[in-house]
Design a binder for this molecule. Structure first.
Ligand SMILES: CC(C)(COP(=O)(O)OP(=O)(O)OC[C@H]1O[C@@H](n2cnc3c(N)ncnc32)[C@H](O)[C@@H]1OP(=O)(O)O)[C@@H](O)C(=O)NCCC(=O)NCCS
Length: 166
C-alpha cells in the first residue's frame, strides 16, 4: 500500500513530541471502546520508556501505537495495539507488532476480549494459555498489575483470552 512507504515506527521522542503525541494517543484510546482507558500521565511516562511504539506518517501524524511493558523477569506484556480506523487492514498494525516483538530472547503475554484478535495473535506465534499455566512469580505480578475487578471479570464474567509467545 502506498502510504506504508511513508509510515515510520518511532520509540524515541523529544519532550515536545511527547506532549503532542500523548494527547493524540489519549484521544484515540477514549474513542476506541476495545482498548482499556489509560491516564494521560501514564501515556507520557510510557513514551519515555523506549517500549512505546508509535506509527507516524509525514508531519508527525500519529496513525497507531502499541505498548510493550515489563511484567517480570523476561516476560513482557503487549497492550494497547491500535491503528486508526481508516488505516486498518493494510499492514501497518503488523509493522507495529513486529517492532514490539523484535527481541526474540524475551517472552510476550497479551490479553484480549476479542476472539478475532486471538487469531491475529496466533499469526505472530502466540498461543492461548490459562492463568494457572503461568509461573507463580509471573502470576503474582500479573494479578497485582491489574485491578481486582478485571481479574474477577477475567475468571468469572467476561471471557478474556490470555496469549503467550515464547
Ligand atoms: C488490531 C489492529 C491494531 C490491527 O491493525 P491493522 O493495521 O488492521 O492490521 P494489519 O492489516 O497489519 O494485519 C495484521 C496481521 O494480521 C493478519 N490477520 C488479519 N486478520 C487475520 C485473521 N483473521 N487471522 C489471522 N491473521 C489475520 C494480517 O494478515 C496481518 O499479518 P501480515 O502483515 O503478516 O500479513 C486494528 O484492527 C485495531 O486498531 N483494532 C481496534 C483496536 C483493537 O481491537 N486492538 C486489539 C486490542 S487486543
Amino acid at each position: 500500500m502506498p502510504f506504508l512507504f511513508k509510515l515510520k515506527i518511532k520509540n524515541k521522542f523529544t519532550s515536545s513530541e511527547i506532549d503532542y503525541i500523548s494527547g493524540k494517543i489519549f484521544t484515540a484510546i477514549q474513542k476506541e471502546k476495545r482498548l482499556t482507558n489509560r491516564p494521560l500521565e501514564y501515556i507520557k511516562k510510557s513514551l519515555k520508556s523506549g517500549f512505546f511504539f508509535v506509527a507516524v506518517e509525514k508531519g508527525n501524524h500519529v496513525t497507531g501505537f502499541i505498548i510493550k511493558e515489563k511484567l517480570f523477569s523476561d516476560y513482557y506484556e503487549i497492550k494497547s495495539w491500535y491503528i486508526s480506523p481508516g488505516k486498518r487492514n493494510s499492514g501497518s498494525g503488523s509493522k507495529l507488532m513486529n517492532s514490539a516483538l523484535s527481541d526474540k530472547s524475551i517472552k510476550y503475554l497479551c490479553v484480549t476480549f476479542q476472539p478475532k484478535v486471538t487469531d491475529i495473535l496466533k499469526h505472530y506465534g502466540f498461543k492461548q494459555i490459562s492463568l494457572n499455566q503461568l509461573p507463580m512469580n509471573l502470576l503474582i505480578k500479573y494479578v497485582i498489575t491489574r485491578n481486582l475487578i478485571s481479574v474477577i471479570r477475567h475468571v468469572f464474567v467476561k471471557k478474556s483470552y490470555l496469549m503467550i509467545k515464547q
